[in-house]
Write a protein that binds this ligand. Structure first.
Ligand code: AMP
Ligand code: MG
Length: 336
């Protein structure tokens, strides 16, 4: 008996000695960089500095590539070519752009048209307020609104072409391209060998794997919309994305009134309602599209929409005096 016991114990020691040492990770940061008209911060966790540097550069490269393809501010972007030519002829586009357009149409259907990438003509009109300082006339607004409608966007998946059913249509991917870019950046970091990472573009974020604290949890603070720099809520995220939309982020001032940069396609005008809408979802593209859709739909319909989508939660700050949070049923699981 005694001998047997000793044998078992030595076997254990030998097995222990042969077990590989757990890897040690270090963390690197990109520093703040500009892309998509905002700030990007990338964090990578890996076993060595080379992998960290390569992961960060691979992620940033994806963000730049998506921006170059999908920006409506850049005249030579693929999106701008579509906007100029898709009424005249079906324009064949790259797989990423086609993918985003298909995803966009799916979110338009899901949100009953609250999210609509054909919103371009109305967005352009409201952007011109900034330059002219006057409100568009009712005629101008009606004309722009008449050119909006995702059902007028013709996508041919076999030929991968895009066509506009009416003249004057314009695509605007401002509500979804950031999320798409973040997802591509995360995939690039994983392919480059990072054990963990986080990509933050203007406060829209996705994280994966090991965090700098060597756990699987990334702690993400939610900004107070009052601009005070306070963090009124902390979320614990693992392999998850968040995106925030809302009035407080970007707006146009006219005659002392604030106009949100988010448009209600049904009304053809600025969707002034919720101060901040944060969506938690597995992919950043979903979080981004839904955050915009909920901003348009408002609290009640917006919450209903998010509750109807699996694995997705919302934290809404309606605005007004005081800081109130309205949450979907599963959001508390992410809140610190
Ligand atoms: P986000 O910050 O993600 O909510 O995106 C807002 C941007 O999306 C705006 O600056 C517009 O370029 C565009 N946009 C505005 N309203 C809508 C809408 N209803 N559906 C889709 N995109 C929109
Ligand atoms: Mg969005």
């Amino acid at each position: 008996m005694a001998v047997l016991a000793i044998t078992a114990a030595s076997a254990l020691i030998i097995r222990k000695a042969a077990a590989p040492k757990p890897p040690e990770f270090t963390t690197g940061h990109s520093g703040t960089r500009m892309v998509m008209g905002t700030f990007a911060n990338i964090t990578a966790v890996a076993e060595d500095e080379k992998t960290i540097a390569e992961s960060i550069e691979a992620a940033y490269k994806q963000l730049v590539a998506v921006d170059e393809m999908m920006s409506d501010y850049k005249e030579d972007s693929e999106l701008s070519v579509v906007n100029r030519e898709a009424y005249e002829r079906p324009v064949q586009v790259s797989e990423p752009l086609f993918d985003v357009l298909q995803t966009s149409v799916a979110y338009s259907k899901l949100s009953g048209g609250a999210f609509d990438v054909t919103i371009g003509p109305v967005v352009q009109l409201w952007r011109s307020i900034d330059k002219k300082g006057t409100r568009p006339t009712d005629e101008e607004m009606a004309a722009a609104r008449a050119r909006v409608g995702y059902e007028k966007l013709i996508l041919d998946d076999e030929k991968r072409t895009v066509r506009f059913a009416e003249p004057g249509m314009l695509l605007d991917l401002g509500a979804i391209a950031k999320g798409y870019g973040i997802d591509r950046a995360i995939e690039a970091m994983q392919a480059a060998g990072a054990a963990g990472g986080l990509v933050d573009v203007g406060g829209d974020i996705r994280c994966f794997g090991i965090s700098p604290k060597m756990t699987r949890v990334w702690r993400i603070g939610l900004d107070n919309p009052d601009g005070s720099g306070d963090i009124p809520m902390v979320l614990n995220l693992s392999d998850t994305a968040i995106a925030t939309s809302g009035d407080y982020r970007r707006f146009v001032m006219l005659d002392d009134q604030r106009y949100s940069h988010i448009i209600d396609p049904a009304a053809g005008s600025s969707a002034n309602g919720l101060t901040s809408v944060t969506i938690i979802a597995s992919r950043a593209v979903e979080a981004d599209a839904l955050a915009t859709a909920v901003s348009v739909l408002g609290q009640k319909k917006g919450l209903e929409l998010v509750e109807s989508v699996g694995n997705t939660e919302a934290v809404i700050i309606p605005g007004g005096s005081g800081l109130e949070f309205i949450k979907t049923s599963g959001a508390d699981a992410f809140i610190d």
